[in-house]
Design a protein around this ligand. Structure first.
Ligand SMILES: Cc1cc2nc3c(=O)[nH]c(=O)nc-3n(C[C@H](O)[C@H](O)[C@H](O)COP(=O)(O)OP(=O)(O)OC[C@H]3O[C@@H](n4cnc5c(N)ncnc54)[C@H](O)[C@@H]3O)c2cc1C
Length: 506
């Protein structure tokens, strides 16, 4: 890295700042040694670097882009706002020495790029626990049901509802097949589909109340958003994107555990992926460095973060669109790009994980997966480790339920969540040995999740600005991916795509 100059204030601890370790136990275990420029305090001179490509954001997208550009012989600096890498992927340490995942966790078929990344980093996968019955909690009644029948994991509501839901699902898949994943706004019916919400379409098509319930639950579990918040075209694009170059996406692949997006997990937790990627990049990754401005100056870009300034030929912005909009750009971005990012809010999500001495629900013949019409938590998973040395129940707090709790204390959220777990799994659920909560709406550098969402009118008006570079500024992040947008796989794909894009013009 001969052309990379590093002038980082030293902290007297061997060059590694007090605040610079990648954060949390998993990162430390990986032995990464990224530097931060801010640890010496406000009086220290800002560090400077001069590289080919400055990358904003040390999530899977930014780190993948960095890996590929370095492999192509380019110099890079990744500027990451947090004190850890991984963004929406985070391992949370447990009191019992284990880890659990507070963000992205599952992968499944056709998510080839994140699987290839894991293989290359030596991170193994294991099957999400899926033995035994799912549980439907509806109208105050618990119904355990097997998932190996014709319906798969579709909850056994009344026959009329199941028939209606099957027709709705087939229609959505049929419509999604006509949506080009690289330009959904060019679909033949794009205008018609982008002027209505998913809610209004469901009201006209999921006419049996129990079918509407099934589709509502599917919507909140996939997007952590209510159907009223989403453009029908956006939903169809998301379904279309749930596949790869040879296998079209389907709604079923988004919702299922076996053969679906929830099929596999990573041994040691998903954050091992970004942590290991960052470790291989070493001091190219700078933590605690939120980027504030990107200024074009002559033929180059000056990227200013807290404590460090990087000059570069090209910039990759690999943060979610609403966060990208919080950076100041000079000259101003084109109006279409700025208006786009004004209109792609993050959905609303939290995760609550209760830890028990054993996964006791398994002895009751349950696999830990719940679908519910009530409560703070309407969908759960068994998040126990592969050796089941302890039990972990993970529940999603989604959409309206997440927003209701944004200002609640952790104790209040814990009480509400455990009340639901007791309803679903009985009294043993009342007293976990520990309880972990991750509330993405309250995270400064994410502000929601799992993904940015689009209301009517956004894709058809502003879609073309999603990936189009602006001068030397290129856009990455899962939201820019044509396959598995919203997922870890999409993030990796976007990093690979943007590295090629930049490489072609450097
Ligand atoms: C609760 C939850 C559950 C999920 N479940 C799954 C799942 O099971 N499977 C799956 O595949 N996906 C899942 N996802 C989605 C998945 O985590 C994301 O799609 C993926 O991690 C996005 O990666 P990214 O690199 O595009 O963005 P991010 O991970 O958001 O990375 C962006 C990075 O940029 C940093 N940043 C932001 N602003 C600045 C700035 N100004 N300067 C410098 N850095 C900045 C952030 O700190 C962050 O590290 C889930 C997400 C959440 C929140």
């Amino acid at each position: 890295m001969a052309r990379e100059r590093q002038h980082s204030p030293r902290t007297g601890d061997g060059g590694m700042s007090r605040r610079s370790l990648l954060g949390r136990s998993a990162a430390v275990a990986a032995g990464a040694t990224a530097l931060t420029a801010t640890a010496a305090g406000p009086a220290a001179a800002a560090a400077t670097r001069d590289v080919d490509v400055a990358i904003v954001g040390g999530g899977l997208a930014g780190l993948t882009a960095a890996r590929d550009l370095v492999a192509a012989g380019r110099t890079v600096t990744v500027l990451e706002a947090r004190d850890r890498v991984g963004g929406r992927v985070v391992n949370l340490p447990l009191a019992n020495g284990g880890v659990t995942e507070g963000g992205g966790e599952f992968i499944g078929p056709t998510q080839d790029r994140v699987k290839a990344l894991a293989d290359s980093l030596g991170v193994a996968t294991f099957a999400t626990y899926n033995t035994g019955k799912n549980l439907l909690y509806k109208d105050g009644r618990k119904t355990p049901y097997a998932t190996d029948g014709l319906l798969g994991s579709v909850p056994p509501v009344d026959v009329a509802g199941l028939a209606n839901a099957a027709i709705v699902q087939a229609s959505l898949d049929d419509m999604a097949r006509t949506v080009p994943v690289d330009a959904p706004w060019t679909a033949a019916k794009a205008a018609e589909w982008d002027k209505q919400t998913f809610e209004s379409w469901l009201n006209a098509n999921a006419v049996v109340p129990s079918a509407k319930f099934l589709l509502d639950v599917a919507c909140t579990s996939i997007f952590s958003a209510e159907p009223r918040e989403l453009s029908l075209l956006f939903v169809l694009f998301y379904i279309a994107a749930a596949g790869n170059e040879s296998t079209p996406g389907t709604l079923e692949r988004l919702t299922e555990t076996a053969n679906g997006a929830q099929e596999l997990r990573f041994v040691g937790g998903s954050q091992l992926l970004p942590v290991k990627l960052a470790a291989s990049l070493g001091e190219r990754v700078v933590l605690n460095a939120p980027v504030r401005t990107i200024v074009r100056s002559g033929g180059r870009y000056v990227v200013t973060a807290d404590g460090i300034t990087v000059t570069a030929k090209r910039v990759v912005v690999a943060v979610p669109p609403p966060l990208a909009a919080r950076i100041r750009y000079e000259p101003l971005l084109p109006a279409a790009r700025d208006q786009l990012t004004q209109r792609l809010p993050m959905a609303s999500v939290g995760k609550a994980i209760a830890i028990y001495d054993t996964p006791f629900w398994r002895a009751d013949g349950l696999n830990g997966q719940v679908v519910s019409d009530t409560g703070v938590i309407s969908s759960t998973f068994d998040n126990s480790p592969p050796d089941a040395s302890y039990g972990a129940l993970m529940g999603f707090i989604e959409a309206d339920e997440a927003r209701k709790l944004d200002a609640a204390s952790e104790a209040e959220v814990r009480a509400a969540v455990l009340k639901d777990y007791v309803t679903y799994f009985g009294d043993k659920a009342a007293s976990p040995s520990s309880f972990v909560l991750q509330r993405w709406n309250n995270e400064a550098y994410t502000r929601g999740g799992p993904v940015s969402i689009a209301a009517p009118g956004v894709l058809t008006q502003y879609g073309p600005a999603l990936r189009a570079p602006v001068g030397g500024i290129h856009w990455a992040g899962t939201e820019t991916s044509v396959h598995w947008m919203g997922f870890m796989d999409g993030a990796v794909r976007s990093g690979e795509r943007v590295a090629k894009e930049v490489q072609a013009v450097l």
